[in-house]
Design a binder for this molecule. Structure first.
Ligand SMILES: [Zn+2]
Length: 319
């Protein structure tokens, strides 16, 4: 009997863990914020597995053998798409697993165009990218990315993702469909409250100039009326060039930038080179919640932490 169940599982892509019913798929989720949303949807039913536990930059993280094994056992995979996670994308196309959902494809997602980043300076406000991008395409004209892949930082997108996750899980695990739906409705309400709370906290910061470390925050910034002037490094690249640095220094002086953000994933020495002499407050933004315990509360903590980082840096006493 045991043998038969295991044989069946070779074909159905399910893997049995203690506490899971045979019909319940193993759910694997790539990065912490998305894993957190899935954990909320699955509350009381099971726990999703987190593929990238370390919080390393998903732009460059490659798949370890243990992570590849996890994927091969998974019945459902939620991930952010190949624009954010190119290495995971390669692994997923090579495998035959159950249900794979790149969450930017969920119906109703608001996707924004990437901002031009050659010189480090963003286009004047209102930000370019007003035009929404249709989900489904990842590369636009000239092979450029069709959208900015840090889309989970808009709580409205989080609501869309939660609903999409609940639908997929209900399809793969019909006996628990009711629980997934109920959880997703509860999560949706909590995300609405989070948005209102952050909007109130961040309203006083509108229009204050700052620089971010890499251009990961436009979903958050647009939702809450924040106005960055530029980014220090381009996505996925470690070092800004000489031209970019001199351009950013000019920007810091001419626009009286008093706040520059770094990120836990990136080396601080680039920031020191840039802000060493200027009287500038350095903040930290963590778009992955990499210092937080994975689980359903992580997304909410990460967003609040981000909001408080913006407040601390932008409302600091001007040196
Ligand atoms: Zn990024």
């Amino acid at each position: 009997m045991r043998f038969r169940v295991l044989t069946a599982c070779l074909f159905c892509g399910f893997f049995l863990l203690p506490g899971q019913s045979p019909a319940q798929p193993l759910v694997a989720v790539s990065i912490r914020p998305l894993h957190s949303l899935a954990a909320g949807v699955m509350e009381g039913v099971g726990d999703p597995e987190l593929i990238f536990k370390s919080g390393a930059s998903p732009h460059s993280a490659s798949l370890r053998p243990s992570q590849a094994r996890l994927l091969s056992r998974a019945g459902v995979v939620f991930w952010a798409g190949a624009l954010l996670e190119p290495h995971l994308g390669k692994a997923l196309t090579a495998m035959e697993t159950g249900h794979i959902l790149a969450l930017h494809r969920a119906a109703g997602m608001v996707l924004l165009r990437p901002r031009p980043a050659g010189t480090g300076e963003f286009p004047p406000f209102p930000l370019q990218g007003r035009g929404k991008v249709e989900p489904g395409t990842e590369t636009g004209s000239g092979g450029r990315a069709a959208f900015d892949p840090h889309y989970w930082l808009d709580p409205r997108n989080a609501r869309v993702m939660v609903a999409a996750m609940a639908k997929v899980l209900a399809l793969r695990d019909p006996p628990n469909a009711g629980a997934y739906r109920k959880n997703s409705l509860r999560m949706g309400k909590a995300l609405e409250r989070l948005e209102r709370e952050l909007a109130a906290r961040l309203a006083p910061l509108a229009g204050r100039p700052y620089l971010v470390f890499h251009d990961a925050y436009q979903y958050f910034e647009r939702r809450f009326g924040l106005r960055p002037l530029g980014a220090i490094v381009a996505d996925g690249l470690g070092q800004p060039g000489v031209r970019r640095i001199s351009n950013l220094l000019r920007l810091i002086r001419s626009r009286r930038v008093k706040c520059v953000f770094t990120e836990p994933q990136f080396p601080a020495r680039i920031l020191r080179a840039l802000t060493g002499e200027a009287a500038i407050v350095r903040g930290v933004l963590d778009p992955l919640g990499s210092s937080l315990k994975p689980g359903k509360a992580l997304y909410f903590r990460m967003m609040r932490q981000m909001g408080e980082s913006f407040r601390r840096c932008l409302m600091a006493e001007r040196p």
